[in-house]
Ligand binder design. Structure first.
Ligand code: SIN
Ligand code: CO
Length: 397
C-alpha cells in the first residue's frame, strides 16, 4: 500500500526531485513561496481582464448538484458572464499567463530544479467557493501553487491505469471516484502532481491557483517537427533513390536490405548534429503563435552600441518567461535554443548563458573576460535584439 502524501519542509533539490518524486509520487511543501513573491503574481481582477481578451485561451467550468452536473464555456468572456456566474460553484481558467503577465513568470524561478525546457505554461484559475474542474488526470507534471484562498485537494497515491471519462462533456472528468489523500492548501503552498495521478481541487473560499505545467512531446510531434526541420534544408532532406536494390526488391516486395537501408538513413540522421540544433529549437518554440514573428524589438542595437551600453555598467538579465535550452552534440559542441532559433556556443558563451539561465544577471564588472570576446558580445546582442535578454541597471533590484 503506497504511503500517504509526502509533506516536505522545502522544495526539493534537483538530486532528490528526480530520485524520489519526478514521475513517481506527489508531494506538498507548505509556504514554499513567500508572501512578497506571491503578491507580485496576477490577481483575480487582472485575470478576469485577460479572459475578456481574444489572445489568451480561457474557459469557465460550472458545477452544480454537488458536482454531479458539469458544464464548460470557452472565452473570451464579458463582464456579464462573470456577473451571471454568481458567487459559488465555478472556476475560470486562463492559459499561458506567464506570456501575458510577465510578473507571474517570476514564479518559474522557484522551479529551476525541474526541467525548465519542458515547461509548458502557467495556467491560472480563479474559483469561487465550491468551484472545481472535477476529478481528472493530466498528461503533464504540475506544480499547483496556491495563491489567495483555501482549496481542498484530493490526490491519488498511484497513477491511474484506465481513464474512463463522463461522456458528452467538453471536459475530461473521471466517471468514477478515486482513492487518495485529502489536503487543504493556502497561499504559498506547492503541491506536485505527476502525470496520470488523479486529482481534484475544490474551493473552500475564493481561490487563485497557479498551475505550473511541464509537458513532454508525443513521438509523432517529435518526428513531425524534425521532418519539417529537415525539409527546410535542401542538403539535409535527401531523397531515397533505391541505392543498392537487388532482385529481392522486385515487384511489390520491399526486400530486407531495402528496409534496413531506409531505417539506417533515419537512424543516421537522428545521430547528426542537425538533430542537436533542431532539439534546442523544438523545445524553445513559443506556445503563442505570433510570439516568434514579433520578437525583434522595435529599436535594435548594433554590436558597437550594445557593447558601449555594457561598458557603462549596464547589466543583462533574462526575463523569466523567456525559455532557453542548452545542449551538447555528440562531438562536444554546445548549442543554445531560443524562440525556435539555434546558436552554436563557444565555451565562454556557454558559461555566460548558464549564469543567465539560472536567472542571475551578467555585467562586465563580474564577467570582464567578455571585453575580449567579441563573438559572445555579438551573440548577446542578437539575443537582446530579439528580446531574449533585457538591460538592467545594477541597483534597480
Ligand atoms: C484548477 O486550478 O482547478 C485546475 C488545476 C489542475 O487540476 O491541474
Ligand atoms: Co489537473
Amino acid at each position: 500500500m503506497p504511503s500517504p502524501l509526502v509533506i516536505l519542509d522545502d522544495l526539493p533539490s534537483a538530486v532528490d526531485f528526480y530520485r524520489l518524486y519526478w514521475n513517481r509520487r506527489p508531494f506538498l511543501v507548505r509556504r514554499a513561496i513567500g508572501e512578497d513573491a506571491m503578491a507580485a503574481l496576477i490577481g483575480a481582477d487582472v485575470l478576469a481582464g485577460l479572459a475578456m481578451e481574444e489572445a489568451p485561451q480561457s474557459r469557465m467550468v460550472m458545477t452544480a448538484g454537488d458536482h454531479h452536473d458539469w458544464s464548460c464555456r470557452f472565452g473570451p468572456f464579458t463582464e456579464d458572464d462573470f456577473a451571471a456566474a454568481g458567487d459559488a460553484d465555478w472556476s475560470l481558467l486562463v492559459q499561458n499567463v506567464e506570456q501575458f503577465h510577465p510578473e507571474t513568470a517570476t514564479l518559474l524561478r522557484y522551479f529551476n530544479f525541474a526541467p525548465r525546457w519542458l515547461m509548458d505554461d502557467i495556467m491560472v484559475s480563479f474559483s469561487a467557493k465550491g468551484g472545481s474542474v472535477g476529478p481528472h488526470v493530466d498528461s503533464y507534471h504540475v506544480f499547483l501553487v496556491q495563491g489567495q484562498g483555501t482549496r481542498r485537494w484530493k490526490v491519488a497515491r498511484t497513477p491511474l491505469l484506465e481513464e474512463v471519462y463522463i461522456q458528452g462533456l467538453e471536459l475530461k472528468i473521471l466517471e468514477t471516484n478515486f482513492d487518495g489523500d485529502d489536503i487543504d492548501v493556502t497561499s504559498g503552498d506547492v503541491l506536485y502532481v505527476p502525470p496520470k495521478f488523479a486529482h481534484q481541487g475544490t474551493t473552500i473560499d475564493d481561490a487563485l491557483t497557479f498551475s505550473v505545467g511541464f509537458l513532454g512531446p508525443k513521438l509523432s510531434e517529435l518526428y513531425g517537427s524534425y521532418g519539417q526541420y529537415l525539409s527546410e534544408f535542401e542538403g539535409l532532406d535527401q531523397r531515397y533513390v533505391g541505392d543498392g536494390l537487388g532482385p529481392d526488391s522486385a515487384g511489390f516486395v520491399i526486400g530486407a536490405d531495402a528496409a534496413q537501408k531506409i531505417q539506417g538513413s533515419l537512424t543516421r540522421q537522428l545521430g547528426a548534429k542537425d538533430f542537436t540544433r533542431w532539439l534546442v529549437e523544438f523545445f524553445t518554440e513559443s506556445a503563442i503563435e505570433d510570439f516568434g514573428e514579433h520578437s525583434e524589438r522595435g529599436q535594435t542595437l548594433d554590436v558597437a552600441a550594445f557593447g558601449a551600453e555594457l561598458k557603462k555598467g549596464t547589466g543583462l538579465t533574462k526575463p523569466e518567461y523567456i525559455k532557453f535550452a542548452i545542449t551538447q552534440s555528440a562531438d562536444g559542441e554546445f548549442f543554445l535554443g531560443f524562440n525556435r532559433r539555434s546558436y552554436s556556443l563557444s565555451e565562454s558563451a556557454t558559461a555566460v548563458l548558464h549564469r543567465l539561465m539560472v536567472d542571475d544577471s551578467v555585467t562586465l564588472g563580474r564577467a570582464p573576460e567578455l571585453l575580449n570576446d567579441p563573438a559572445t558580445i555579438e551573440l548577446l546582442c542578437e539575443l537582446y535584439n530579439h528580446q531574449g535578454l533585457e538591460f538592467y541597471r545594477p541597483g534597480d533590484g
